[in-house]
Write a protein of this length. Structure first.
Length: 209
């Protein structure tokens, strides 16, 4: 069996953690173990500790999901190297009770490493119904405009003229919107035509300071 080139496994660990951090859901050590296929959790821990020692990751003590991008990493604020594509922030979307989305432009979000043929927009999140998915009040969600999304995807949906960010579920042939916080009940439209998917969330941005 061919051996993994030196440093390649650690590069894959870093790439996975960076992707999850930028999505707003830093992984646990066991999630890194599962994703990379390590037999022992200690292998994942050793790679993570080495990346912290090298300054490529930062770690908040005492937190299972405490991995962060270091202060000097430009991607921490969405400004990775290379040309950035300006994506309009259209306004705010509720992640709690439904609230009408504001269509006024609220600035632009710099985006890199997304396919050029994607139609993207961004929205600032309010409310706490998606905290279990790592989406907090004040976060900015990057949304790929589309009218369909797979079961389990996090979407921005319009229902009865109001917008919300929720997880899409298909139940008994109909679409439902589910929160990632047990304090919020699912949104179940009376009719299928009441719910319109505006797009799928593909990235979450958060300023850490």
């Amino acid at each position: 069996m061919a051996r993994t080139p030196p440093g390649e496994t650690r590069r894959r660990v870093l790439a996975f953690v960076r992707e999850r951090v930028l999505a707003g859901a830093p992984p646990t050590t066991r999630e890194v173990q599962a994703h990379l296929g390590f037999r022992a959790v200690q292998s994942a821990r050793q790679h993570l500790e080495a990346l912290v020692a090298e300054g490529k990751l930062a770690k908040a003590a005492g937190r299972a999901r405490g991995y962060r991008l270091p202060a000097g990493d430009p991607a921490r604020f969405g400004m990775a190297a290379g040309p950035a594509r300006p994506v309009p922030i259209l306004g705010r979307v509720q992640a709690g009770r439904l609230s009408e989305a504001l269509e006024a432009s609220d600035g632009y979000l710099p985006v890199v490493d997304r396919p050029a043929d994607e139609t993207l927009f961004a929205l600032t999140v309010r409310g706490e119904s998606m905290t279990g998915a790592g989406i907090l009040p004040g976060d900015v969600v990057l949304v790929r405009q589309q009218e369909q999304a797979p079961d389990g995807a996090i979407v921005v949906a319009l229902i009865a003229g109001e917008a919300t960010v929720k997880r899409l579920r298909r139940r008994r042939g109909r679409l439902e919107l589910h929160a990632a916080n047990p304090a919020f009940a699912p949104i179940v439209p009376d009719r299928g035509d009441e719910l319109r998917i505006l797009g799928q969330v593909v990235e979450v941005r958060r300023r850490l300071g």
